[in-house]
Design a protein around this ligand. Sequence first.
Ligand code: ZN
Length: 79
Amino acid sequence: MKTPVCNLCGKAMEKGFIPDVAHGTVRRAVWHRGDPEPALLFGMPLGGLSIDKLETLPITTFRCPECGLLQFYANADEE
Ligand SMILES: [Zn+2]
């Protein structure tokens, strides 16, 4: 994808990602289609959210080096 330009400053934005840290493991944050649903085991909540990996896309984040504005993109071609 083309490097976006900041809507406020007109500067070219820097590509990056949002680390997702859980249980000592660092992963790339993802976008998930639909509303968040609690994860259940035999009808009992597990304290987290239910995730369908087929409904997720990796998130690429661009940051403006001038004002710090962030823009998020969830693109299938970034996997
Ligand atoms: Zn900016």
